[in-house]
Design a binder for this molecule. Structure first.
Ligand SMILES: [Zn+2]
Length: 157
């Protein structure tokens, strides 16, 4: 089991439980503990971790937006990196695209999905069928990543 320096795993047990029994219990439940550790980590990010994610977002997201914009002829004004907790991205009528640095915690495909979603809003400022068909044309499997982010929102954030 691996924990980073910010986290401590505390085990509470009745006095008659031996150290060995605790070790066996921990061994048996490693997967479960790691899963909940992952969830806890994402809920409360240490300040230094936030800084790292913000830096990563600033370095990664704009060039990725530019890549898709060039390839699919989208025109945007500027990009902002936000701290939004559950709003992954947005697109203003002034063509400013905003993305939460928190996206950097998830897989590349999820980040691409949000970028494509917001870029498509430059053409369709709604969630009409037309909007979704634009998204699908660029990313046919978008539903998978949309679902994954939705799961994160409902279960982790
Ligand atoms: Zn949208």
């Amino acid at each position: 089991m691996r924990f980073d320096k910010y986290w401590v795993l505390q085990v509470k047990a009745p006095f008659f439980v031996t150290k060995k029994q605790i070790d066996i219990f921990l061994d048996k439940n490693t997967a479960w503990i790691e899963k909940y550790h992952e969830i806890a980590k994402q809920k409360i990010l240490p300040e230094s971790e936030v800084e790292i994610l913000k830096q990563k977002a600033k370095a990664y997201i704009p060039q990725r937006v530019e890549y898709f914009a060039k390839k699919y002829w989208f025109k945007y004004e500027k990009i902002r990196i936000t701290c939004a907790r559950t709003r992954w991205g947005s697109c203003s009528s002034r063509k400013t695209l905003s993305f939460s640095y928190r996206l950097m915690q998830y897989r590349d495909e999820c980040i691409d999905y949000v970028i494509i979603h917001e870029l498509c809003h430059l053409r369709q400022m709604n969630h009409s069928q037309k909007f979704w068909s634009e998204v699908r044309a660029i990313m046919p499997e978008y539903k998978k990543w949309e679902k994954e982010l939705k799961w994160v929102k409902e279960n982790i954030l």
